[in-house]
Design a protein around this ligand. Structure first.
Ligand code: 2P0
Length: 323
């Protein structure tokens, strides 16, 4: 029997952000977060055990340096769970522009967690898979699940996991204005560390985000799209405000990012209800309801943004063993 499995995971965009760790050693976040998994961006990863050493490739190119070392450290976790010592080959394909603030590490480590554990003969429950994926990249904990997911910060390894949130009728969609798909100037991992260590606004961010998180869960339960949108936009702005307070300041914004933020505000004033969020990159993601998706996309395109993607909620991770 071959020890090979393939997993497909989709990226997610946080409506309430994860920004800062409480414990870097076991990847505990400073705050809980809420996300929407998207159908537009995914990673497909095949893992095969029984090799002498680990090898990894992404989109046809070998992963070297820190990126390769990060995969090996993750495979070490799987080896210790499965009680094995062999190497694995990892072959991964991304439909997400890698490292451009479009959550490629979320779909990447969710797919790797599912494929590597399944191929190793482990049969992890979704919660265990979420805990494992978290240790590869925090946001990957949420990509184990489809649609809306909540990641509880927790206070130890076993209590920091994601789970699905029931959406009783929000009918969400997202329009992604790709302002720049290039590799980001500073990794989110380094930027969140710098923010936590040097920004006087970091404690205020943590406080505000805890309240935003509770309010977001209430707004989702009430199917109150306006409140969900308002919280999404203000939480993202608060996260970016905390980064601007770092030494040196961290800013992912580009002129076109600001242009799209203004456009979103103008669209609201004309009755097209939508809200913006931004991550560790210049791209702007616009949350709306499905019936507004085309109008929002057309408005962003008309504003001269040439790469615009629309997305509906996507599925959780799917894995198959290649026996
Ligand atoms: C999020 N981001 O909640 C936030 C908002 C970016 C901005 O999760 O260090 O790649 O691997 O745990 O998950 C990006 O950070 O960081 C992220 P690590 P990750 O989606």
């Amino acid at each position: 029997m071959s020890e090979r499995a393939t997993a497909v995971a989709h990226s997610n965009i946080a409506l309430i952000k994860y920004w800062g760790k409480r414990d870097e050693g076991i990847a505990l976040p400073a705050t809980s977060s809420v996300s929407l998994t998207l159908d537009a961006y995914s990673t497909r990863t095949t893992v095969e055990w029984g090799r002498d050493t680990d090898t990894a490739e992404l989109d046809g190119a070998p992963l070297a340096g820190e990126a390769g070392a990060r995969v090996t450290r993750f495979l070490d976790l799987v080896r210790s769970l499965a009680g094995r010592s062999d190497g694995a080959s990892v072959i991964s394909r991304n439909t997400v522009p890698t490292a451009a603030g479009l959550a490629s590490s979320a779909s990447g480590f969710a797919a790797l967690a599912a494929a590597a554990s399944s191929a190793a003969g482990l049969d992890l429950a979704p919660r265990e898979l979420s805990i494992l994926a978290r240790k590869g990249s925090g946001s990957a904990a949420r990509s184990i699940f489809g649609d809306l997911a909540v990641w509880f910060a927790g206070d130890d390894d076993a209590s920091s996991f994601a789970e699905p949130v029931t959406d009783p009728g929000l009918d969400l969609a997202m329009v992604v204005a790709v302002v720049d798909a290039g590799v980001k100037t500073i990794s989110s991992r380094a930027a969140m560390r710098l923010t936590a260590e040097t920004s006087p606004y970091f404690p205020a961010w943590v406080d505000a985000s805890r309240t935003d998180f509770t309010d977001m869960l209430a707004a989702i339960a009430a199917s109150d799209f306006t409140r969900v949108g308002e919280l999404t936009e203000s939480n993202a702005m608060r996260m970016h405000a905390s980064m601007l307070g770092a030494t040196p300041p961290v800013s992912y914004w580009q002129p076109d990012s600001v242009r799209v933020l203004h456009l979103v505000r103008d669209l609201r004033s004309t009755g097209i209800e939508c809200y913006a969020t931004m991550d560790a990159g210049p791209n702007v993601k616009i949350l709306c309801q499905r019936r507004r998706m085309e109008s929002v996309r057309d408005a962003v395109t008309a504003a001269g943004i040439t790469r615009v993607t629309t997305s509906l909620p996507g599925p959780g991770v799917a894995v198959s063993r290649d026996d």
